[in-house]
Write a new protein. Sequence first.
Length: 156
Amino acid sequence: MLGGTTGLGWDDQIYAGPANIWDPAKVFLVQSTSPSSYDRNFPTTGSDGLYFDLDIGGLDASLLGWTVTTRGDITATVSWRLPVSDQNNSDIDRWIRNKSKYVTRVTLHGPKADSAQISSSLPSSLARPSFPQAFELVVRDRSGNEVKYGCNSPLK
């Protein structure tokens, strides 16, 4: 998501919103840690297989305890990976400064076409999820301190 819109490079001065929502070095910023206003957080829409990475204050998130709660037909999973540091893929993970620490990847799942729908010339419709869809991630350190991140998509 270079610059927040298509066609923009990382060194362009154009960005996708005001400074309290968008940081060119970190991209979208957390807007709320309160479940009643998770709809202010990114993402507000999604699709099967789409993902985003969370930066947990520069910590190695694989060392933390995670709980994922989903409400609705679309689910989210959390995984950890090292950022790409390959010069041939320099724009992948460019926003992550410390390439030696794991980042948290949140991947959205469902609904998706099955193999019969994919191979059919007249596929049946996908099941339409009910709205809003929501998920909440709760991370805890060894001392029991917790941080919450959630999304509640009101889109229909």
